[in-house]
Design a protein around this ligand. Structure first.
Ligand SMILES: [Cu+2]
Length: 300
């Protein structure tokens, strides 16, 4: 009970700090209100079930759709004040919809939890991996580069259940910078890597399946890269977030790379639930160095 008391204390102090601007932001906004009494808990093989579970999911794999309703919720405990560029210790507690601790998870894509951190203007992206402690509690240090609001998509798989995406929010103190314009460039350079994005359709339409192709070249040689290695068990990962005033689970899409494509090409199949502007971040592993290639997409 000690731990509960301290986290309640921190949560309530966070509420005080943030209550002037908006509703308490430490609550997971993705959990649905319907309560499930049947909380099936898988039984322990100590997360040994790593890659098998994701093996069937390759290809199109949208979490952004409403295919499964939430069976869990996440609570974020953050420092009362988060400052730009100072590592902040975050604690994420996973509970069922009745508030009971969920403490049995499966590893998927090589990790027990994937945490995608974006600034609400979608300029900043980070993909980090909280460490499991005990009693449903995960810890990670995150650094937020600029003042403003951030959304954290916490992706995990309670044993025997569907993968869950819980949405958390954090606020970084200071004056938010003005939002840069949305650019729709299709070729961009990321350090020594040049990436061209091509799409199977000339116009992206809501609800239509599309293949998103990253053509990855070495900048110096201008040749397709031949040094791509698996990243978290796959040729690449693609996260897409819809530009919205307040981000929810429905704004989050995570697609996995198709297999067996030619050198320097990584294909993803996905679809967009609604029209609007989206930001896409493809992540690839060039011989141990992770390249994050981001592009804006305009969906009609
Ligand atoms: Cu991850």
């Amino acid at each position: 009970m000690n731990r509960l008391a301290s986290s309640l204390f921190i949560a309530s102090s966070l509420f005080l700090v943030q209550s002037c601007s908006q509703p308490p932001t430490y609550e997971d906004t993705s959990a649905q209100t319907e309560h499930t009494n049947e909380h099936t808990k898988g039984h322990g093989d100590d997360h040994a079930a790593s890659d098998n579970s994701s093996e069937h999911d390759h290809g199109s794999h949208n979490h952004g759709t409403t295919e499964n309703s939430a069976t869990t919720q996440a609570k974020l405990t953050a420092p009362a004040e988060i400052k730009p560029n100072e590592p902040a210790a975050l604690v994420i507690d996973i509970q069922d919809l009745d508030g009971k601790v969920v403490d049995d998870f499966e590893i998927f894509q090589e990790k027990i939890m994937h945490l995608i951190v974006v600034s609400d203007d979608l300029q900043f992206y980070d993909h980090i991996h909280p460490e499991y402690q005990e009693n449903g509690s995960f810890e990670v240090e995150a650094t937020f580069p600029q003042p403003g609001n951030y959304t954290l998509f916490s992706d995990y798989k309670p044993s025997g259940q569907n993968e869950q995406v819980s949405v958390l929010q954090a606020e970084v103190s200071g004056n938010s910078p003005t939002t840069p314009e949305v650019e729709l460039n299709r070729t961009k350079t990321f350090d020594d890597t040049e990436v061209e994005l091509t799409l199977s359709q000339p116009t992206l339409k809501a609800g239509e399946e599309v293949t998103v192709i990253f053509n990855i070249k070495d900048k110096a040689s201008n040749q397709a890269v031949k040094d791509l290695q698996p990243y978290l068990g796959e040729l690449g990962h693609l996260v897409i977030v819809k530009n919205s005033s307040s981000l929810t689970r429905a704004d989050y899409i995570h697609a996995h790379a198709l297999k067996d494509t030619s050198d320097g090409q990584v294909h993803f199949v996905t679809s967009f639930p609604e029209s609007g502007k989206y930001k896409a971040w493809g992540q690839f592993n060039r011989n141990g160095k992770i390249v994050t290639a981001d592009f804006w997409l305009d969906v009609q």
